[in-house]
Design a protein around this ligand. Structure first.
Ligand code: TEU
Ligand code: CA
Length: 531
């Protein structure tokens, strides 16, 4: 049995999860105190965003020491207690592996182990020194930073404080595998791998962003990593892959190739993306259905899907794809059923289980994310301030990073101190305690769907058959495995929709409405079992 196929992942952005010591920052002890809550929800695997020592330029994705826990989160002993407590509950833990880059505070960089990074001479034109090529940092500006002492540039595909590692260097690679094995020996169960399809760069560093995604040596590195580390453990791996192609994705996850178990593709970012990633467009269900179909068909050749609707980089799913006001409960439940019943392993992002919404920040001072702040500082030179703030309110990564709303007390019960980022003002309405007390709550719907998935294996191993493929409002599909069939009915529109399917041979298991007939109400989400 592959535990990572049957399990459901819950992503913990520790900084915003639960602050036990009152310094305003979520911590390991806080997480430990909430494990029974997570167990009761019905999730099996925790993915922890980076908790390593870090100057926090990019909230922990800039790692200064891979083998140390950041003091604001706790100690390595706290971490071992967390692991032990999880394993006692028959749960697993995967860590974030960030090895495309380190922090500039990492000793490899500060002690100038130049061969571990990517240093290049600039191009001299009329006495001016220009960067080696046109590559751009994901957070704005050139991906090259000039160093006065070295008289060279180093590459950083993210912030300038996040220099890219040189994967051509074998000594560096071996140290990474050794570090991974060190974590496995402590007892972790796997890794989510940050921007893993960017670790290889096209030889000669030619212009064009296509040259730092999916570059040729990626598969060599993953195979080597598998051989020297992953294959020695019963572990789970999922690689974060922006701009991935189906061919390369299949090569990464095909079981015969011994690379990774799963990838995250980001096709669903297109659903509400306008001209640039800061602009929006209306979400069309037909596009979502096409994406689901494409990846289902692809991985039938070998491989396994991963399903998620948001994460710490993406605004809240309900605010993007549902209606976080008029149909708050209904659309949160619909998205829950979608995410958990599609083929693949579901990933739930913290707070989704209570329908947490976008942050609704109104001033730049409320933002913490480097990507958002850089965008603001750059655009303010050309655009109207309110327009920029409107874009940030829809697209900023901070939308999904506000503290978990535990109850209706001060700071939503997240912290007795001052939270590092503002709590969403809707916490009196949207919080865990209220959800638990209300039988018809979003969290109870999650619990029911998750427990159904555990005991009805067709939701895990079943095929995927669609009905009314061209219907722009309804997503209807069946999953069958060993003569057991589950039918899913989802109305993505805000209008009542007629149902053309005869339901005589099905038994209703779960719905997000009380009245159930041959029409689907706005955002109605029904789960039925075939007799
Ligand atoms: O994200 C990779 C990435 O490309 C996105 O962050 C993207 O650039 C961003 O969402 C802008 O829209 C991973 C991590 O998930 C992210 O938190 C880190 O900032 C980034 O890598 C660098 O490590
Ligand atoms: Ca704390």
């Amino acid at each position: 049995m592959n535990w990572w196929k049957e399990g459901v992942v819950y992503q913990v952005y520790l900084k915003s999860f639960y602050d036990l010591n009152g310094d305003g920052i979520g911590d390991l002890k806080g997480l430990i105190s909430k494990l029974d809550y997570l167990k009761r929800l019905g999730v099996d695997i925790i993915w922890l965003n980076p908790i390593y020592l870090s100057p926090n330029i990019d909230n922990g994705y800039d790692i200064a020491d891979y083998q140390n826990i950041s003091p604001e989160y706790g100690t390595i002993d706290d971490f071992k207690i967390l692991l032990n407590e999880l394993h006692k509950r028959d749960m697993k833990l995967i860590m974030d592996l960030v090895v495309n880059h380190t922090s500039d505070q990492h000793k490899w960089f500060s002690e100038r182990k130049k061969e571990f990074y990517i240093w290049k001479k600039g191009i001299e034109i009329n006495g001016q020194i220009l960067p080696p090529n046109d590559w751009k940092s994901a957070f704005g500006g050139s991906a090259w930073e000039y160093d006065e002492i070295e008289e060279e540039f180093y590459l950083h595909l993210f912030a300038k404080e996040q220099p890219d590692l040189n994967w051509e260097n074998k000594e560096m690679r071996d140290l990474i595998y050794k570090m991974m094995n060190w974590w496995f020996e402590i007892g972790i169960d796997g890794f989510r791998m940050d921007v893993i399809n960017q670790i290889s760069k096209v030889e000669g560093f030619p212009n064009g962003s296509e040259n730092y995604f999916n570059a040729p040596r990626l598969h060599d590195y993953l195979k080597e990593m598998n051989k020297k580390s992953l294959s020695k453990y019963n572990c789970m791996t999922v690689g974060e892959c922006h701009k991935i192609t189906p061919e390369i994705a299949l090569d990464i996850v095909h079981p015969d190739r011994n690379e990774l178990n799963m990838i995250f593709h980001f096709d669903m970012l297109k659903l509400d993306k306008g001209i640039t990633r800061w602009d929006s467009k209306k979400f069309e269900l037909l596009e979502l259905k096409e994406i689901v179909r494409k990846w289902y068909v692809l991985f039938e050749e070998g491989g396994w899907n991963s399903n998620f609707l948001t994460n710490h980089d993406i605004p809240r799913a309900i605010s993007r794809l549902g209606n976080d006001k008029k149909y708050h409960k209904e659309s949160a439940k619909l998205l829950a059923l979608l995410n958990i019943s599609l083929p693949g392993t579901p990933y739930i992002y913290q707070g989704e289980e209570i329908g947490m919404t976008n942050a609704d920040f109104v001033s730049i001072e409320e933002y913490r994310d480097i990507d958002s702040i850089n965008y603001y500082n750059e655009e303010i030179k050309f655009q109207d301030k309110n327009l920029i703030l409107q874009k940030l309110a829809k697209k900023s990564r901070d939308n999904s990073r506000t503290p978990i709303q535990w109850n209706n007390s001060l700071n939503a019960g997240f912290s007795t101190g001052t939270p590092w980022i503002k709590v969403n003002e809707n916490y009196k309405d949207v919080n865990v305690e209220k959800n638990i007390l209300d039988e018809n709550s979003i969290i109870n719907y999650y619990r029911e769907v998750l427990s159904y998935r555990k005991s009805n294996k067709e939701l895990i191993y079943g095929n995927f058959i669609e009905f009314e493929k061209d219907n722009p409002s309804l997503f209807i599909f069946e999953r069958t495995y060993k003569n057991e069939t589950t039918l899913i009915l989802l109305n993505f529109s805000e209008e009542i929709q007629e149902l053309n399917k005869n339901l005589d041979s099905y038994k209703l298991i779960l719905s997000n409405y009380n009245l159930v007939n041959n029409r689907l109400m706005p955002y109605e989400a029904r789960l039925l079992k075939k007799y």
